[in-house]
Design a protein around this ligand. Structure first.
Ligand code: RNT
Ligand code: ZN
Length: 417
């Protein structure tokens, strides 16, 4: 394949619409994408030997070869990392701590339990993000954590929330780049509650307490993730969208928009500009819901492109923190990382190649005919040539070559687990 010749063809085609292909590639290569650790082991973590996943989320499938410990997870991600272009962060959950064989209570997790991760991130040129784990724990078993009526349980989780912020802040300081600390709690009712207010008051009080501790915004940014329902919490989610909009406003926090956390006809692409009218920033959890919050591997669908084009069109690049959140245990997990992350990169490139100035001019002039006509015309431009060139420039496999690489890793490494 003649990548340079193809790139020239693309340069010419896009230039006709006023788009600079090389500038587009450069901007995508500088946009950080946070890849989640939990795709590597079906959200099991290393806290207990056979971490059972609770909290109304589910990783289905039993494909062989999943990472069983910290070394395997790191090795697997190091392999996946070589298949994915762009600037990357790695998003850790509290249950992925490196406790060196010791049992550490959730309310006592501290930066010291993540020093080996920081070291690893430095060695691999990665940023880090953090997530407290308010699930898969005996004290979350009745379905309530930060909203619990039981003061001792609520306090326990408040302490975990505070510790998570300190861990995230330490990541930022150590790596010299802001770490996002994403707070999501599974709290909700399976059946029709008669006192929603009490639980929401408890949750609000918990955040007052968690955020009373100050962290440095240069190193830690907290983000609040809402949800519509979870398995076993079908009737009421305490941390709903409305709850967290208010909570984020009150505390000056980011809001996490997870693409699987809304009613099926609602789209995150439309929410970004709405939320950013009032909040400083959002975090994205890019996922793929299929009929429910199923967390399928991200594909290059219309909504993914709508999200990335919204970021560009609104000029929100600095205010939107992009993170991935999917977990499929039914196919090769390293391929999941590669497919989902490469698609995120493709969508970013797609957005960077959009002739925004031209399209927005049509709209401003009321020429909606040209707006629609060009939105369709650009779909058949030689986008793939630019994508190939971007991969080549980033020293990651061009085209389908990565698939053979993963198959080989599966035969050499994963199949022996
Ligand atoms: C659950 C939320 C949450 C989790 C991760 C593992 O519905 O999306 O972000 O997926 O924390
Ligand atoms: Zn999420």
């Amino acid at each position: 394949m003649n990548i340079e010749r193809n790139l020239d063809i693309a340069r010419e085609a896009y230039a006709k619409l006023g788009v600079d292909v090389d500038a587009a590639i450069k901007s995508v290569s500088e946009t950080p994408v946070s890849i989640h650790c939990w795709q590597g082991d079906d959200v099991a973590g290393f806290e207990t030997p056979d971490g059972e996943l609770t909290g109304g989320i589910q990783s289905t499938g039993n494909y062989p070869g999943k990472a069983r410990n910290i070394d395997e997870l790191r090795a697997d991600f190091e392999f996946a990392n070589k298949l994915i272009p762009g600037k990357k962060k790695f998003s850790l959950h509290a249950i992925y701590l490196d406790a060196q064989g010791k049992k550490v209570a959730r309310n006592e997790v501290a930066p010291e339990h993540f020093t080996s991760w920081v070291q690893w991130a430095k060695e691999n040129g990665l940023g880090l993000d953090f997530n407290p784990t308010f699930f898969s724990h005996p004290l979350s078993a009745d379905g309530f954590t930060l909203s619990s009526d039981d003061e001792s349980i609520r306090k326990f989780w408040v302490e975990h929330g505070i510790q998570s912020r300190l861990i995230s802040e330490s990541f930022g300081r150590e790596l010299g780049q802001t770490s996002c600390n994403n707070l999501w709690v599974p709290d909700g009712f399976k059946d029709i509650p008669v006192n929603r207010a009490k639980k929401r008051e408890n949750l609000a009080k918990s955040y007052d307490e968690i955020f009373a501790v100050k962290t440095d915004d240069n190193y830690n940014l907290d983000s609040l993730e809402s949800k519509v329902f979870g398995i076993g919490a079908e009737s009421c989610t305490i941390g709903s969208h409305e709850f967290y909009m208010g909570c984020a406003m009150k505390h000056g926090k980011l809001l996490t928009l997870d693409t699987g956390h809304y009613h099926p006809t609602e789209v995150v692409s439309d929410k970004i500009s709405g939320v950013l009218t009032y909040l400083d920033g959002v975090m994205l959890h890019v996922s793929r819901p299929v009929r429910w919050d199923s967390d399928h591997v991200v594909i290059l669908d219309d909504e993914l492109k709508a999200i990335t084009t919204e970021i560009k069109r609104g000029g929100y690049e600095k205010r939107v923190h992009i993170g991935l959140d999917f977990f499929d245990g039914s196919i090769n997990r390293i391929a999941c990382w590669a497919i989902g992350s490469r698609n995120m990169q493709k969508a970013l490139l797609w957005a960077a190649l959009e002739p925004i100035a031209m399209l927005q001019k049509f709209e401003a002039e009321g020429d909606f005919t040209s707006r629609l006509a060009y939105l369709e015309e650009i779909k058949t431009l030689p986008f793939g040539f630019v994508w190939d060139a971007y991969c080549a420039q980033q020293n990651v496999p061009v085209g389908d070559k990565w698939i053979a690489d993963v198959k080989k890793y599966e035969a050499d490494v994963l199949s022996h687990r």
